[in-house]
Write a protein that binds this ligand. Structure first.
Ligand SMILES: Cc1ncc(COP(=O)(O)O)c(C=O)c1O
Length: 388
């Protein structure tokens, strides 16, 4: 096979460590699985019924407008006003194939070859890959772990060069579970505005925040209206991973450019999923509270179990998402990929190596608490035996 058969952009991307752990885990029986950031609950019944109704009524066989059903975008506008303090209208919304398509369409709409995107890390590795496949250059700026994975605003400012186009972050954060504070994000907005940079946000875990922390959307700052693209999803909020539906919000001038990417990538989001999402927004939100309470209990249990392993792991208690990112204190943890593979082989516990989230993630592992309490106990019983 010719060396140059595949693009340099695609060859630069390493195999996903998350998928690699999933693949290895599938070869072993009875694994305690803490490596996937995927809700284990099924989509609530009333949402499924909304989709079935739309199918029966013959509403889902054709394309919708590429930006999404107007009635869905209208409900999204209401939600942005109610929960994000964002004053939007429907021409500022594109319904996307999950948050993922919104994010990659945004990056492709902004980035030329060699343009730089600043990413506070550790971060969701897909963001880094999205910059790479857009021929941009990811510039990784470490979060401050000893301050609870806080944003390092000074370091972000120092990382800006004439090639910097955007700052991209997720809050609540995958993998650290940190919710960036309003104060931090206001400072970040000042930096973006004074350097005329775009900010791309990934707010996938917006509803899963704990201990009195509050999710803050940077797009609620009126001065940011032409400098921010905010990406959201139904995936986590309503346990709708497989429906592949999310949306983004931005100023109309930005939307018109992103639409040029969104159409060749997707034409539109599957219409059946749009009806499911419409039902989700119009219906009772009690399922979201139930999911949140479940994750909170699971987080508390995971922290209690980690406390008993304090010579092996040191952690920042997550106040958001359903993920956490402990540092591995033992010598063998310096290579997180080998450490995670060894734990899988020897104690059948599947976790994700921190290196998958950028170099600052090395010597850590990501644990997911969107699992049952039984699964957490099974994993930690085994780890306690192993590290005895
Ligand atoms: C931070 C973050 N953003 C986006 C996604 C994917 O979202 P979607 O399913 O809406 O594409 C994930 C999935 O794990 C995630 O953790």
């Amino acid at each position: 096979m010719k060396n140059n058969k595949f693009s340099r952009r695609v060859q630069q991307i390493p195999r996903s460590a998350i998928h690699e752990m999933t693949r290895l885990s599938s070869t072993i029986d009875d694994v305690a699985f803490l490596s996937w950031a995927k809700p284990t609950s099924d989509t609530p019944l009333h949402i499924k019924e909304g989709a079935i109704e739309a199918i029966k009524e013959g509403l889902v066989g054709g394309y919708s407008t590429s930006s999404g059903l107007p009635e869905l975008r209208q409900e999204i506008v209401k939600k942005l006003d109610r929960d994000n303090n964002i004053d939007a209208n429907i021409s500022q919304i594109i319904v996307t194939v999950g948050a993922i398509e919104g994010l990659v369409s945004s990056v492709l709409a902004l980035i030329d070859s060699g343009d730089e995107v600043i990413l506070p890390t550790p971060t969701y590795s897909t963001h880094i890959q999205q910059v790479v496949i857009s021929s941009g250059k990811p510039v990784l700026v470490p979060l401050i772990e000893k301050e609870g994975y806080a944003l390092d605003i000074d370091a972000v400012e120092k990382a800006i060069t004439p090639r910097t186009k955007a700052i991209m972050y997720c809050s609540p954060n995958n993998p650290t579970g940190t919710t960036f504070t309003e104060k931090e994000l206001r400072k970040l907005a000042d930096v973006a505005l004074s350097n005329d940079l775009m900010v791309i946000t990934d707010e996938a875990y917006e509803y899963f925040v704990y201990d009195g922390s509050k999710h803050f959307s940077i797009a609620s700052i009126p001065e940011m209206s032409k400098n921010v693209i905010s990406c959201y999803t139904f995936t986590k909020t309503y346990a709708m991973t497989g429906w592949r539906i999310g949306y983004l919000h931005a100023h109309e001038d930005i939307i018109s450019q992103i639409t040029k990417i969104h159409i060749p990538l997707s034409i539109c989001v599957p219409v059946v999923s749009q009806y499911a999402a419409l039902t989700a927004l119009k219906g009772s939100q009690s399922c979201v509270t139930q999911f949140k309470n479940h994750y909170l209990n699971a987080r508390n249990l995971m922290c209690e179990r980690l406390d008993k392993l304090d010579s092996v792991f040191q952690y920042v208690k997550p106040d958001g998402s359903y993920l956490m990112f402990p540092r591995i204190l033992v010598e063998e943890g310096k290579d997180s990929a080998s450490f995670c593979k060894k734990m899988l082989r020897e104690v059948k516990v599947s976790t994700t190596p921190g290196i998958a989230f950028g170099p600052t993630g090395e010597s850590h592992l990501r644990l997911s608490f969107c699992v049952t309490e039984n699964e957490i106990n099974k994993a930690f019983d085994r780890m306690e035996d192993y590290f005895k």
